[in-house]
Design a protein around this ligand. Sequence first.
Ligand SMILES: NC(=O)c1ccc[n+]([C@@H]2O[C@H](COP(=O)([O-])OP(=O)(O)OC[C@H]3O[C@@H](n4cnc5c(N)ncnc54)[C@H](O)[C@@H]3O)[C@@H](O)[C@H]2O)c1
Length: 320
Amino acid sequence: MKDFAGKIAVITGGGTGMGRELARQLVAEGCNVAMCDVSAEAMAETKRLCEVERLPQGLRVTTHVADVSIEDQLKRFRDEVSEQQSTDKIHLLFNNAGIGGGGSLFSNSREQWERTFNICWGGVYFGVRTFLPMLLKADQGHIVNTSSVNGFWASIGPGVSHTAYSAAKFAVKGFTEALITDLRLNAPHIKCSVVMPGHIGTSIVSNSRKVQTGNDRLTADDLAQARQRMKAAGIDTTAMSDDDIQNIAIERARAFREDAPMTAVAAAKIILDGVKAERWRILVGDDAHGLDARVRQTPERAYERDFFESVAAEIGWRIS
Ligand SMILES: NC(=O)c1ccc[n+]([C@@H]2O[C@H](COP(=O)([O-])OP(=O)(O)OC[C@H]3O[C@@H](n4cnc5c(N)ncnc54)[C@H](O)[C@@H]3O)[C@@H](O)[C@H]2O)c1
């Protein structure tokens, strides 16, 4: 798909981050956008930003509250899109919504684990199932599923358990790669891509906490885990109060957003350029390219401390 003008795009998780920037750039290219998110306020801000430049006559930007891990809510989203965009077809589907958390089978609850997995994997699977009939009706279509570097490397460092997110992102990658053939055989006018971003400066750290717990404060479990993580990194937390730990978490979320090697604006451009070039595999950021090469070079070392340390030094990661 070389041109987005006049097309209709569905974006999940359009409230902030890469979803918001995808919406803004698509609208700037004359594409109609229907987005969903769990946050109505965040989507209202995305819509306002899309409309800062006067929209071309008739272009529609619609917002819909829906949780992508609940199939019935996605079906309601689809019905609303059909009604509010006056269409029986869509051309682009960005399964972008995602959260982190629930990484350990030991220190997280099963509920937390499944919340992350069901959003990051279930959201993509239900998204494709729900919108496929509308993509089939278009003359050309493209499905863009957001995985992560955690779709080929199941870690964010040696001191952090990361099982739910990694399992989901590997699933998104495997599903999308297999979908290439399924679409070629059964619906050749629809293409698909898997997006694997490295570290992108967004509010995913605080948003994930909000989706997991209802607010962005650390729970008692989170506090215990943060202490455990700092201990593993050689930091003595015995003299630190819970408020001190909260403040460190707030600072980590800020640093994740503001000190990242790439912005969400730049990431969205790479994703859209990848779609136009019909690339099924879209790595986002020098860190993602570097990590991809390193994991292929020495897969057996990928979960050793020295691998993480040398990769982090080479690609300039300051997260752990
Ligand atoms: N930021 C990074 O470094 C990074 C790296 C690799 C992959 N990713 C992936 O990129 C995607 C976008 O993340 P982002 O960094 O822009 O984060 P973000 O938190 O800024 O945006 C994600 C959006 O999804 C929404 N959301 C969360 N749960 C939802 C649910 N159940 N239903 C509907 N909406 C929901 C959030 O409210 C938020 O608006 C995610 O899939 C994430 O896993 C991000």
